[in-house]
Ligand binder design. Sequence first.
Ligand code: M6R
Length: 362
Amino acid sequence: GKAGHDHYMHKEIHEQPNALRQAISGRIDELTGNASLDIDLDERYLQAVDEIHIVACGTSYHAGLYAKELLEPLVDLTVRVDLASEYEVYDGFDSRRTLVVAVTQSGETADTLSAIRRAKAPGMTTLAVTNTVGSTITREVDDSLFIKAGPEIGVAATKTFVSQVTALALFTIYLGRLRGTISAGDGADILENIRRLPNAVQSILDAEPNIKRLAKQYVDSDAFFFIGRGLAYPVALESALKLKEISYAHAEGFAAGELKHGPLALVTKNTPVLAFLSESASPDETFNNVKEVESRGAPVIGLSTSDGTESFCKHTIDIPSLGRLEPLVANVALQLFAYHVANEMGRPIDKPRNLAKSVTVE
Ligand code: M6R
């Protein structure tokens, strides 16, 4: 049942600290600065891989975009992230040195399954990052990495996003240590942030009354825009998807630097802009974009690790310092924002119109 919550989505948002503890449990080896993952793929193959293709849909695609931002600077690889329905295999890369990673909560998404089938045709090795033991995808791929988030019932993916990114962060460390691009010390530093993640998420959940107040204040807006850079860009896309699917409001996520290339024309005093200003997401550059929208009268809600820049925003939501995982923590604040906007509108949050939890048609 819903254990006292009005909706499964609300329950699942609040389950995140525990879901994360499960995802991490037994997978951190502090001594060697490594992640211990039960992956059976051949280590010599993983050392020789020079390209990763990530395929996924919806929220899982956003987790894939986040993973690319972790993998590329830390592991010596090219990472391509494709919407599963758009994934096509052309010549021009070495299929024996390419790993295809499917990210899917359910393991049953038809678009993702068919992308994996396309990858297997020329002989590429495949890995699923999934929540569902025994799902169709686990039977089709070479190996699976389970995110251990526990069952998710709300149509909106919440706890599985944070768990997917965490599993992919652990995978990044594992690959980097295996290939010698991440030192034991750097591995230990990232692992330390992963270990702190459950409590960091809890601190956001504790700020729910503040986030709920903002949601009520802006519920009648014409549209909602989310802006971020780097690691925060996929989180801006994810936040917009969450809000639009459960509230039916117009919501869009943009790379902060792209505003001036078109979307700025949509900005008015009735379009709140939620801006990711945390330390790991180039806050100074994004701050210039905040000024652009403020001068058009838009109210700005800044998500920040409080270094001072946020004092220029109309409202702020504090994010704990957590290196590369800060935007992931900030995402939880915007899950709560989306939830409270939709709840204020009286929407059927766990079963939005036209949508299904797992999409088994292409
Ligand atoms: O089960 P999957 O992760 O493969 O599902 C992919 C998408 O259908 C899913 O994330 C969808 O976008 C959610 N409703 C988003 O909240």
